[in-house]
Design a protein around this ligand. Structure first.
Ligand code: NDP
Length: 324
């Protein structure tokens, strides 16, 4: 048997329960992972709350790292004993063991341990596709990154600096602003107090930014829209404050012939080749030291509720892990 987190109704963190379940068996094409670290992601709160519907009762968690305990029929990518990580589910990473599709997992290279892997994979490969493929950031550009002290935000700031961009970051507190500056942000806006668009216009001599990465959603939508340069791209990639409400396309026209995209990692990682390329790019910036994976807080598996309260309460910095 193993310990796992399950919920039978959607709701707040209190719906999460620790249960005893049989250790899963690796089916055809799957590997059984003895988990050493589990990544906590904001998407886990959307599954738990019902914002992203799941079939109940449901397990939780998309990301983890650990040692291959057993391989199912047809698996050639891994063998027992390999250290691997995965970031695209299936739901159920919050557990001591997890059976995952071999083609959706990767080897962790030497020098990247399980904790770093579980903290880096989902958030880092998100940063990879956002900065390199959704909008390829070029040296010398000034870009806007919201929630810059958070899990994805911390990596976005460092990677964007590595690409040679000037980064305008936003953060929810003075402490988080300091953290964003230490990561390399050139300017930090305290978006709970300051007018984001006014600050961005001031910093950019009125021009605005060619791209804005917005994971906050509802609360920052208007400020982000008003921060973009003519023909700029609004990358709306998350809903930490709630989803962006419907808006008329004419808003994009009025704000300067803007582009708007609502991307998700799954579509930028549709094939195993995409996954391998994205992970390789991430491991390269980690190993070179250009991107440091900041594990801000660690919880035991049984503390999953507490971890969700902290994440939704804006109390976390960097990445959060559950340790089984
Ligand atoms: P974070 O560690 O960034 O936590 C979310 C942060 O958002 C908080 O720390 C907080 O920072 C900020 N925030 C602003 N408003 C609120 C609010 N009302 N409630 C809670 N937090 C708020 O989480 P992750 O790194 O796991 O994810 C970041 C975002 O990226 C999420 O929106 C997630 O859904 C999205 N994402 C999207 C992916 C995709 O494929 N599209 C893939 C991965 C992540 P502060 O206190 O500084 O405001």
């Amino acid at each position: 048997m193993m310990k796992a987190i399950q919920f039978t109704a959607t709701g707040g963190p209190e719906v999460l329960e620790v249960v005893d379940l049989p250790v899963p068996v690796a089916g055809p094409g799957q590997v059984l992972v003895r988990q050493q670290a589990i990544g906590i992601n904001f998407i886990d709160t959307y599954h738990r709350s019902g914002l992203y519907p799941v079939k109940l009762p449901s397990r939780l968690g998309m990301e983890g790292a650990g040692v291959v305990e057993a391989v199912g029929d047809g698996v050639t990518r891994f063998k027992a004993g390999d250290l691997i990580a995965y970031a695209s589910g299936p739901l159920g990473a919050y557990a001591e063991f997890h059976a995952v599709v071999a083609e959706r997992a990767v080897h962790l290279p030497d020098g990247v341990d399980a904790a770093t892997g579980a903290a880096a994979m989902l958030k880092g490969m998100t940063a990879e596709f956002l900065l390199r493929r959704c909008y390829p950031v070029k040296a010398g550009e000034t870009i806007l990154v919201h929630a810059a002290a958070g899990g994805v935000g911390s990596i976005l700031v460092q990677w964007a600096k590595h690409l040679g961009a000037t980064v305008i970051a936003t953060a929810g507190s003075e402490d988080k602003a300091d953290r964003a500056k230490n990561l390399g942000a050139d300017h930090v806006i305290l978006y709970r107090d300051q007018d984001v668009a006014a600050e961005v216009r001031r910093i950019t001599d009125g021009r605005g930014v060619p791209v804005a990465y917005d994971s906050v959603g509802a609360a920052t939508f208007e400020g982000t829209l008003a921060s973009l340069a003519r023909r700029g791209l609004f990358v709306s990639f998350g809903n930490a404050s709630g989803p962006v409400p419907p808006f008329a396309p004419a808003r994009l026209q009025m704000a300067g012939s803007l582009f708007f995209t609502r991307p998700t990692m799954g579509d930028y990682q549709a094939t195993t080749a995409d996954l391998d390329e994205s992970a390789a790019a991430l491991f390269e910036v980690i190993k070179s030291g250009a991107v440091k994976i900041d594990i801000g807080q660690t919880f035991s598996l049984a503390e999953a509720r507490k971890a969700h309260e902290a994440l939704e309460g804006r109390e976390t910095v960097g990445a959060s892990l559950l340790i089984p």
